[in-house]
Design a protein around this ligand. Structure first.
Ligand SMILES: Nc1ncnc2c1ncn2[C@@H]1O[C@H](COP(=O)(O)OP(=O)(O)OP(=O)(O)O)[C@@H](O)[C@H]1O
Length: 300
């Protein structure tokens, strides 16, 4: 488990991290979402032990990360800026990682040649295209067999086919080995299909942190058509977060499970009724939008 506790980091008096708290459970795919300058890269650099905090703590399974080689050997990272040795090729870096990561998997390195076919492993990484550099970074990171994989806007620059392949590999590692994946993005939609936990970050703080199952079990989108064009009065204790209407179709966002809400609305004898899942973006908007405009602005 990764615990970030009241983390503070200032640059020339500017608080890039301002008492940031977050918890990433083991085996989670945790999406850290926020606008430019929110502090995503800064917090990730603390979690990977690159930077020392001014205040607070970053713990992995209860141990401090900073200057802790044993903990760092369990973490692989794809940062937003590449840090490979000047003129090092993918193959050179694999040799270096083999010495650092105790579980470096040489057989996997060989097998992944068939996935990253466009990357010339003998070419200097800096001379590869941006997308190929990202592919090389994934190739190397996946071979480290880390317990924790920290990815800073990882799929930027990857084409759609490669994105799918990379996410497939990552999700396979999560399912088979319980790898914890922490991934940052500007865009909730990009993480929609993969994350099971989400933290929304702005101005150096996590505004809200939730697990997807908590959110999804508790909110449903109902599309309903009644004989009459107007919506019948609904029970007082039914928590309706949003109502919209297009023609005769009413769309209601209601708190509760799909089964429970469907049963309660069936009493009104609709002509047509369907319970639909909400997107992650919709969940955040309806769950928090009313009460927290900062969150609403970020996810919209
Ligand atoms: N080395 C640094 N020196 C000075 N200021 C910095 C440094 N690194 C980050 N900052 C500042 O800290 C704030 C957070 O930056 P950070 O890179 O963490 O944001 P981000 O959420 O990753 O943004 P983006 O989505 O644009 O990558 C910004 O205001 C940035 O200017």
């Amino acid at each position: 488990m990764i615990q970030v506790l009241d983390l503070v980091k200032s640059f020339d008096g500017f608080k890039a991290l301002d008492g940031l708290n977050m918890t990433v459970p083991d085996g989670a795919i945790y999406g850290l979402v926020g606008p430019n300058g929110a502090g995503k890269s800064t917090v990730l650099r603390h979690i990977t032990g690159v930077w020392r905090q001014d205040g607070g703590d970053v713990l992995v399974d209860g141990e401090r990360v900073y200057e802790n080689a044993a903990v760092k050997a369990r973490i692989a990272s794809i940062p937003d800026e590449f840090y490979y040795f000047l003129s090092a090729s993918t193959k050179d870096m694999a040799g270096f990682y083999r010495g650092f990561y105790p579980r470096f998997d040489a057989a996997r390195y060989a097998a992944l040649r068939d996935v990253f076919t466009t990357v010339d492993e003998k070419q200097s990484i800096r001379r590869l295209s941006k997308g190929m550099q990202k592919q090389a970074a994934f190739w190397l990171a996946l071979c480290c067999r880390p317990d924790i994989l920290v990815l800073d806007e990882p799929v930027d620059g990857l084409d759609p086919v490669m994105r799918r392949q990379v996410w497939g590999l990552l999700m396979g590692d999560v399912a088979e080995h319980g790898t914890t994946v922490l991934v940052s993005s500007h865009n909730l939609r990009e993480l929609e299909d993969v994350c099971d936990h989400v933290g929304i970050l702005n101005h150096g703080k996590v505004l809200v942190e939730r697990s997807l199952s908590d959110l999804q079990e508790n909110l449903v989108k109902m599309q309903i058509v009644f004989q009459e064009k107007v919506l019948p009065p609904l029970p007082d204790d039914m928590e309706v977060l949003n109502i919209s209407q297009v023609g005769r179709i009413h769309t209601l966002i209601i708190r509760g499970s799909a089964v429970e809400v469907t049963n309660r609305l069936a009493v009104y004898a609709p002509i047509l009724m369907e319970a639909l899942p909400l997107t992650l973006e919709e969940i955040f908007i309806y769950e928090l939008g009313g009460e927290d405009y900062a969150v609403r602005d970020i996810v919209l």
